[in-house]
Design a protein around this ligand. Structure first.
Ligand code: TXA
Ligand code: MG
Length: 321
């Protein structure tokens, strides 16, 4: 059985059909600049319950609500601190999720029963067009986790979405193709419920950028908020991921291009900088699985830029599924 209508050319008509499918309670997988999302009308409890089923994800994990612009977050929230407005103005549309105090619109089935809601304005043109078309049908937001099975690597192209989910989607569901995600790792999640912004999940928007935007320090407190991406084991391929090890013949290898490939080692990725490392990482891990490798060695990139997010995901991937 294969489910989900695959749309390879996202014309305006195709996007409006996808929005109508959302309105009718279907799931729509769509591209964003970070990773692909599996979307549902954020106010449709039945559609949301299907997201959890399709992903095989525990029910109490909160979802990010996506909207088309900053002014559309207001129905979802009770209030917003000044520094969060500064962040939204600096980095939306873009790879950043803000955690804010929820309003009554944000139901338990989206927030996992927490008093907060995660909100993001993605920058991918197809995501924005879908959000706008959905808004025109009175859909206040699209709830969307990454479009992978629970614990797996997030998809960064539509083929990976099909590989992950096709067997779990229904005929009414839709998969939109929008090419390769540009950033390649999930959004930076920032808790905005305290006096200072606090990073719950590192991403392309770094602490330095947050400091510069808000003029405020970034809290180093450890979070008590549940973030499933913070589970110790997550973002993992089937192969065993070894960090900074000596690759043996038959192993896969992902490392910056300055590292040479030893004899007999299968090179899965050789990005020339940290941004490219993030962009190719998940697909490179997947290609190790497609080639049925049992071990993938990754030489971690150094630095305080997006390399922080890469090392965060790699650490979790190295702990296995
Ligand atoms: O880049 C991204 O953020 C992608 C694209 C599709 O937008 N989405 C994504 O969703 O990565 P997901 O569900 O795979 O990861 C979102 C994380 C989860 O770990 C969830 O626990 C956390 O965000 N989250 C969502 N709402 C939250 C809330 N109210 N409080 C704390 N964490 C929250
Ligand atoms: Mg995810």
């Amino acid at each position: 059985m294969t489910g989900g209508q695959f749309v390879s050319h996202c014309t305006a008509d195709a996007i409006s059909a996808a929005a109508k499918a959302l309105k009718a309670g279907a799931l729509v997988a769509f591209p964003t600049e970070t990773v692909y999302g599996l979307g549902a009308d954020a106010n449709n409890g039945f559609a949301i319950s299907r997201i959890y089923k399709v992903k095989g994800r525990p029910n109490d994990h909160p979802l990010i609500v996506h909207v088309a612009s900053l002014d559309r977050i207001h129905p979802w929230i009770a209030d917003i601190p000044e520094y969060a407005i500064a962040l939204a103005r600096s980095f939306w549309p873009g790879p950043m999720t803000l955690i804010l105090k929820r309003s009554d619109l944000a139901k338990d089935f989206v927030t996992g029963g927490q008093e907060t809601v995660g909100l993001r304005v993605p920058s991918h043109p197809i995501a924005l067009a879908l959000l706008q078309a959905a808004h025109d049908l009175d859909i206040a937001g699209i709830a969307a986790p990454s479009a992978n099975r629970f614990g797996h690597v997030s998809p960064t192209n539509s083929q990976s979405v099909r590989d992950e989910l096709e067997n779990f989607l229904d005929a009414i569901d839709v998969i939109l193709d929008g090419g390769q995600s540009d950033v390649g790792v999930e959004s930076t999640i920032i808790d905005c419920t305290g006096d200072l912004p606090r990073v719950l999940r590192p991403g392309a928007i770094t602490k330095e950028m947050i400091k510069n935007s808000t003029g405020q320090a970034v809290s180093n407190e450890v979070s008590e908020i549940r973030v499933s991406g913070s589970l110790e084991q997550h973002y993992a391929p089937a192969a065993k991921v070894l960090l900074d090890a000596d690759p043996q013949p038959g192993d896969g290898l992902i490392a910056l291009s300055e590292f040479e490939t030893p004899n007999g080692v299968v090179r899965l990725g050789q990005p020339s900088n940290n941004e490219e490392f993030a962009r190719i990482l998940y697909q490179a891990l997947r290609s190790g699985d497609y080639q049925k490798l049992t071990r993938i060695v990754v030489i971690q990139p150094k630095g305080e830029d997006i390399a922080i997010a890469i090392r965060d995901r790699l650490l979790r991937a190295s702990r296995g599924r």
